[in-house]
Design a protein around this ligand. Structure first.
Ligand SMILES: C[S@@+](CC[C@H](N)C(=O)[O-])C[C@H]1O[C@@H](n2cnc3c(N)ncnc32)[C@H](O)[C@@H]1O
Length: 295
């Protein structure tokens, strides 16, 4: 749970209120701040602090809250109104139906990355298989793959020790075994054994992209988001390193920006990958590009 005080001064002492009163106040505050789903987020934040479900809060709406509880709720809502991502405030984000713990040390897993998981599952051979998730962050991709294929030999790597700590914690809580490596892409990993699938959602945002100054992106680790060469530098590095680390017939799958698919297809073709193809996310953007290692 992240309930750190925000940088602005605390609200003054206040009179006690009810659960229903706080839900209404929180919804109004979030709506004024331009939050897209203020009612839902008000319920999530108030329920998180009171450790109550939405149904419980409705059933006990007239229950009085202490001054301390009221102030804690107001502080949390104020943080959200200032833009701090709700996933960091709740300390959790669901991905592939897994409740992953997340905080400022890692990227918040995005729904479009579930397409990478879907495609990787398609490309894994039946039976024994070895897969690596490069730039694992919270561990979202590798833990989703393990949820579907518990006997996979699962590897994960990241340059960030902080992110790896979050990923290892998530794996422990979900009782999954992953071999973790810290370092730059495949340089962190011994040249053998080979993988059946390499999957990665690397940083791919151009450092000058104005979106970096909006929404959740403002609060996420910059190193998880941006890459040089117009956002293509890390995609190019991974494409260059992967072929020698795949079994013949193995697959490389990469997530990328909505307009980067042609460039990524070119990268994979240049490195000798076959059957190079891109797949569209639910918004219709080409989001995942994959290629098969010859052999
Ligand atoms: C876009 S985030 C993806 C996180 C997670 N896989 C997900 O999909 O939610 C990219 C990840 O790559 C890691 N990363 C950045 N540069 C790296 C590098 N040179 N080598 C390895 N990992 C790197 C970041 O720390 C971050 O965790």
């Amino acid at each position: 749970m992240s309930t750190r005080p925000s940088s602005s001064p605390p609200l003054p002492q206040t009179e006690p209120t009810s659960i229903a009163g706080q839900l209404t106040e929180a919804r109004q505050r979030l709506a004024e701040a331009g939050i897209e789903s203020p009612g839902l987020e008000a319920r999530l934040l108030v329920g998180h602090l009171l450790r109550m479900s939405s149904a419980g809060m409705i059933a006990h709406g007239d229950r009085a809250l202490s001054i301390a509880q009221t102030e804690a709720i107001r502080n949390l809502v104020r943080e959200r109104a200032s833009g701090r991502p709700i996933a960091y405030l709740l300390g959790q984000r669901e991905f592939w139906s897994l409740p992953l713990q997340v905080d400022e040390r890692c990227l918040i897993p995005r729904p479009e990355t579930e397409l990478l998981v879907e495609r990787a599952l398609q490309r894994l051979p039946d039976g024994a298989a070895r897969v690596i998730d490069l730039g694992t962050g919270s561990g979202a991709i590798i833990l989703a793959l393990l949820a579907e294929r518990p006997r996979l030999e699962a590897w994960g790597s990241d340059a960030s020790a902080d992110a790896l700590a979050v990923a290892a914690d998530n794996a422990r809580r979900l009782e999954r075994t992953v071999h973790w490596f810290r370092g730059r892409w495949l340089e962190a990993v011994a040249p053998r054994p080979l993988f059946n699938v390499i999957a990665s959602n690397p940083p791919y945002v151009d450092p000058s992209d104005p979106h970096l100054e909006h929404g959740d992106l403002r609060f996420e680790p910059r190193a998880a988001l941006v890459a040089g060469d117009g956002g293509l530098a890390d995609l190019a590095t991974i494409a260059g390193q992967s072929r020698a680390r795949l079994h013949p017939g193995g697959w490389l799958l990469l997530e990328h920006g909505y307009d980067q698919a042609p460039a990524v297809r070119t990268l994979l073709a240049r490195h000798g990958f076959l059957e190079v193809a891109s797949h569209r996310d639910s918004a219709g953007h080409e989001r995942i590009t994959e290629g098969r290692c010859p052999g």
